[in-house]
Design a protein around this ligand. Structure first.
Ligand SMILES: Cc1cc2nc3c(=O)[nH]c(=O)nc-3n(C[C@H](O)[C@H](O)[C@H](O)COP(=O)(O)OP(=O)(O)OC[C@H]3O[C@@H](n4cnc5c(N)ncnc54)[C@H](O)[C@@H]3O)c2cc1C
Length: 494
């Protein structure tokens, strides 16, 4: 059975669904191929399982869900912009102007679509260190993350404008000698086989599976140069606690913490330098009353049974005084209520080095991820600690906080040991199919087209050269939007 489309999207997660829906909304005939089932309840463990030859990368398993909607029922909803200079570095673009023209200009439209209102400009001085820049992360409320689950519901009811093939396995990619991918062959859940033809294909299987797909299926298509880089130079953010303190409301640091209610969601603030960002964290999952609220939101977001949702909702009213206190604080201050004396942590999230040693490979039936803290990570962390420890401690103390510094003095031995025990990856694994830099050292070109092909695009963190200074989803959606704009806007449907 052969079918013709304008676009075939491979992978139905956050990026694949966004891309398919946006293209279909512009009149394109779109097919989406998803390996997992259409309902969360039928989700099984992804195959092949990943083995970690050194250190575990938590996001490689926790963000890998083989189900239609991908990681969307599990992500935190944090949307953050990269500035144009960071985008330029992430995608090796010639200038800040090009980065804005290609990606940053889509941030506004995506935020509007998701119901996040424009940022409030803040003229207050930076309360941590003057030379750091402030940036905002808006957390999309759970009910507005339903865009992806809403799509799955349409698919289940047979009402989607996108032809969605769930529980389907791609067995072959066919291309011509000029590198035009002509079709993918798919084994459907019914046992039948379908050949999907299109002038355009988008690989959006998430970082682990996009890399595995390239390793398995694109060997005969990739240019010789690109082959050398597939699966290598993976990266993430390292998240490292620097200092512990007891929180005190009403100081200038309240500009940074707790998160505020505005922009149509909850907004956190962070202080960025060129390597990463500093922010305050509290263990809200265990802090009453947010522990039970969080449990309820998670049950609702995952679409669990009505009975479970009611039980979780009832749990949130079990502490009436505390809930009332948080409610009054919300009304007066428009922020989350964090009591004085609550333990909070100054945390540094920084871009891990995209080392050639960080790589994913297929060995027999297994997928193996070689992931670790590399010397360049230790060096970057040590330099930050040496340069900033004293000034950060001084700044925090000047606001009346008693600081317990946790992260050593920045010496290389101490930094290595500390990172080894305290750093966690931030679930933002990327790379392996990175955009080429000046040295032609990548797998896709500046328009995310796989080198050696003319029409297979990679959409996802797999094409990032480095993690950037933001959580990835907003930039991923900007990438998708640019892809759709280039191919389907202004009546460009072929
Ligand atoms: C707990 C957690 C919290 C997070 N919070 C945030 C946050 O607040 N902000 C943020 O920006 N990022 C966050 N992230 C990261 C974010 O979720 C990912 O960057 C994002 O999901 C990537 O989207 P994607 O579409 O590329 O991949 P996914 O959402 O993983 O989708 C990939 C899809 O491809 C399908 N697939 C895989 N293999 C195949 C195949 N062979 N054939 C067909 N289909 C296939 C999968 O089944 C899946 O549906 C978080 C991650 C985790 C784990």
């Amino acid at each position: 059975m052969s079918h013709r489309y304008d676009l075939v999207v491979l992978g139905g997660g956050i990026v694949g669904i966004w891309t398919a829906r946006q293209a279909a909304a512009r009149g394109a005939r779109v097919a989406l191929v998803e390996i997992g089932p259409s309902s969360l309840g039928d989700e099984a463990a992804p195959k092949p399982a990943l083995r970690f030859s050194r250190r575990e990368n938590l996001g490689a398993t926790r963000a890998r869900h083989h189900v239609l909607t991908g990681n969307s029922p599990y992500w935190g909803g944090g949307l953050c912009r990269n500035d144009c200079e960071t985008l330029r570095e992430m995608f090796s673009l010639e200038s800040c102007a090009v980065a804005t023209a290609r990606l940053a200009r889509h941030y506004d439209g995506i935020e509007r679509t998701l119901g996040i209102t424009p940022s409030l400009p803040s003229a207050q001085p930076q309360p941590l260190l003057e030379e750091l820049t402030l940036s905002e992360i808006a957390v999309l409320p759970g009910k507005r993350r339903g865009l992806w689950s809403g799509f799955a519901e349409q698919v289940r009811r047979g009402r989607s404008a996108v032809t969605c093939l769930v529980a389907s396995t791609i067995s072959e990619v066919a291309s011509d000698p000029l590198g035009q991918v002509n079709s993918v062959t798919v084994e459907l859940s019914s046992g039948k086989v379908a050949r999907l033809q299109a002038p355009l294909f988008a690989l959006a299987m998430g970082v682990v599976d996009s890399n595995l797909f390239a390793l398995r299926n694109l060997g005969g298509i990739l240019s010789e140069e690109a082959k050398r880089y597939v699966g290598t130079r993976l990266h993430d953010h390292w998240s490292v606690p620097l200092a512990r303190m007891r929180w005190k409301n009403g100081t200038p640091l309240s500009q940074l913490f707790p998160p505020k209610f505005y922009r149509g969601g909850i907004v956190g603030r962070r202080s960025c330098d060129s390597v990463g960002f500093f922010h305050f964290t509290a263990n809200l999952d265990e802090l009453p009353p947010y522990d039970r609220v969080k449990k309820f939101l998670s049950v609702r977001q995952k679409g669990e049974t009505f009975g479970r949702q009611v039980r979780a909702a009832l749990g949130t009213v079990g502490r009436p005084l505390l809930m009332a206190r948080a409610g009054v604080h919300y009304l007066l201050e428009r922020e989350l209520y964090i009591p004085d004396g609550c333990e909070i942590t100054l945390t540094f999230d920084f871009q891990s080095y995209a080392s050639a040693l960080n790589r994913i490979a297929i060995e027999g039936d297994e997928a193996v991820l070689d992931w670790d803290i590399r010397p360049q990570d230790i060096d970057a962390f040590g330099r930050t600690v040496s340069a900033r420890r004293d000034s950060l401690c001084r700044a925090l103390s000047s606001h009346g906080l008693e600081v317990e510094w946790l992260a050593g003095d920045g010496g290389s031995g101490a930094s290595a040991e500390y990172l080894g025990k305290a750093a966690i990856d931030a679930f933002h694994l990327g790379g392996g199919l990175q955009v080429c830099g000046a040295a032609n050292d990548g797998v896709v070109d500046s328009r995310f087209v796989v080198r050696g092909t003319t029409n297979l695009h990679v959409l996802g963190t797999a094409n990032f050269r480095r993690p950037g200074l933001a959580n990835p989803v907003l930039t991923l959606l900007a990438q998708s939007q640019q892809f759709v704009f280039e191919h389907f806007d202004q009546g460009a449907v072929q």
